[in-house]
Structure formats: structure tokens, C-alpha cells
Design a protein around this ligand. Sequence first.
Ligand code: PAF
Length: 281
Amino acid sequence: MVLVKTEKELKAHLSSLNAHKGLGLVPTMGALHKGHASLITKAVSENDTVIVSIFVNPTQFDNEEDLIKYPKTFNADLKLLERISDKIIVFAPSIKAIYGNQVKSRSYDFNGLDQVMEGAFRDGHFDGVGTIVEALLTIVSPNRAYFGKKDFQQLQIIKKLVETQKLAVEIIGCPIVRETNGLALSSRNERLSKTLRSEASFIYKTLKAAKIKFGTKSASYVKEWVQKQFKEHPELRLEYIEITDVDTLQSIQRKKKNTKYRAFVAVYAKDVRLIDNIALN
Ligand code: PAF
């Protein structure tokens, strides 16, 4: 495994490699867990060389405290990557290397995909994500880039970014990885107490039950039902439940034939904000 910190070092290293099966990129903010490991393992199986970027991107945090508390485990991350493959190049740029002297996002038109759910609750979040992902895709020029479906809205927005910015890369969405109790893996889970980590399994349990109800009931019935379940569970505060068309991410009024739907939630477990989603059909 090789660690590089600047674009110049990265390019020098890449030019010495033979990449006939292609170059894969897995962008991360570090604090790597089994969810990241599954993306990276897939990328390793599909490419000659895999760049894993580790960069805690300040412009996608709408809340200074969340940025400060974001877990930073760089040495453990490197050990995990070493165990996965020697094909990996770790790209860990400084904030200055990415943003220069102005730590500011670009402003994007994502055709409404960013106006709902995470975008509605986290001001400027997706402009921040767009800015760093566009920067990484431009620096690395990968053939394929890998993102988890836990951040399904982010995945759809990145696909839109690639389309509008005409970037020659295939975006690959990978399945959500869960703890044995069903809780979706997230770097934020590290901040949960043992009790809350176990309580938070209620999120996926409720989503699975909502999926069954959606087979026979309307979206508004299912949303109200989910809200009621969380009201009876005071350790977890539901911020939103949305049921949307997977392509537009707009909330549905009435089910249509040949349309795929997904349910999305954001939930606070004390001060830790967790998100999850499930395919409904
Ligand atoms: O999903 C994440 O970890 C981040 O949003 C990403 C894609 C690495 C951009 O900072």
C-alpha cells in the first residue's frame, strides 16, 4: 500500500503503473468500517489499481460541532487498507491542497434532487459533497467510482453531477452493510453508547415493517405509521420519513405502475444523527 498526500505525488505514482483493467476510486472521509471495506473490496476486484481517498471535507458539514466530533482514525484506517490489498493507493490531501486559501463550495443545480431530505435539513451539504467529489474525480480520473447506498440521495446526486459536468466515469452504487442487529454501518455509530447502538436496531426493523405495509397501503398511511412507531420509542427522535420515487427523489402522492420507490429516514439517537433507507418494491 502506498500513501500519497499531493496531486503531484499521486500522478507520479499512477504514471508508473500498468492499469489495463482500470483505475477505481473510493472516496471516504476516513473512520473506515466494514461498509467501506466492502466498497473497497469490490473496487479491488474490478480494477488494477484502487485509490482510496481519505479527506474529511469541511464544506459538507452544516454544523461545526459535527465536523469537530467526526471520528478521525487515520492510523487504524491505514492498517485496515493494508489488510485488504496491496493494490491500494491512499490519497490523503490537506485542506489547502483541495481548496487553496478559500474553503468554499461550488454551487450546483442538481435538478431538485438536493432540495429534499438531507438537502432540506443540512444547508449546503450537497454543494459541499459535489465540490469534493468533482475535485477528486478530476484529480484521479478513475474509470469507476464507488459509493454506498446508505447515502442513496448522495449517490443519485453524484450520478447527476457526473452527467452535468460530463465526467467520464462509471458511478457504482454498492449495497448497505449492516451490523448483525440490522443497524446500517456508519462512522457515526462509534459515537453511540452500547445501549443506544442496540436501541438503534429499531430503525431498520421499522423500515422492514414499512416495506411490508407499503405492499397494501398508501405512502401517506405508511409514513404516519412510521411516525407513530418512533413516538413510542423516546430514545430515538425521527427527523423525517419520506417515501420517494428513486429517480426524482420527490415524495410520492399516489403509487404508479413501473416506478421504483424507496423509504428514507433520519433519526437522532441522543445527539448522533443516523440515516437509513430501504427499497420498497
Ligand atoms: O460519503 C462520504 O463519506 C462523503 O460524503 C464523500 C462521498 C467521501 C465526500 O466527502
